[in-house]
Design a protein around this ligand. Structure first.
Ligand SMILES: [Zn+2]
Length: 142
């Protein structure tokens, strides 16, 4: 897996610093929210879950990080499927509370397009957008 340079940075830190450079401000580990989401953006009423592929059971075929070890298969399968179930329950609860939930997987972090599309999704969710922000002037001049 020499293709992926992991450095020392955890996936969550990569996402956080990317968002920060893009001008987003957020809170970390919203303790009052189901599952304590990694990144909370109150202005967007959105949370971002940065999921480690192995522990959270990433099901994408392209994912090479979520393979179950060959020993103790049953243990790992149970463990990971219960994590997965818990994640789904938390996501359901968050949505019920009116939060938008974005999930980014560890194996997607190195993909700049993925991060850019995450940012685009967030910008569309900006609940304060009507108060004007850079860029809105263009639309006014049309
Ligand atoms: Zn993955």
């Amino acid at each position: 897996m020499s293709l992926v340079k992991q450095k020392n940075t955890r996936p969550e830190l990569v996402v956080r610093s990317f968002l920060h450079r893009q001008g987003f401000r957020f809170r970390l580990h919203g303790k009052s929210l189901p599952g304590k989401p990694d990144i909370v953006l109150p202005k967007y009423r959105a949370v971002i879950l940065v999921h480690g592929c192995f522990w959270h059971g990433h099901k994408a075929k392209s994912c090479k990080l979520s393979r179950i070890p060959k020993s103790h298969i049953e243990f790992w399968t149970n463990k990971i499927s219960s994590n997965f179930t818990r994640d789904q329950a938390n996501i359901g609860k968050l949505k019920t509370l009116g939060w938008k939930v974005l999930v980014i997987w560890e194996c997607e972090i190195g993909n700049m397009e993925k991060l850019v599309s995450l940012v685009e999704q967030l910008r569309q969710m900006d609940i304060t957008a009507t108060h004007g922000k850079p860029g809105s002037r263009k639309t006014m001049l049309q």
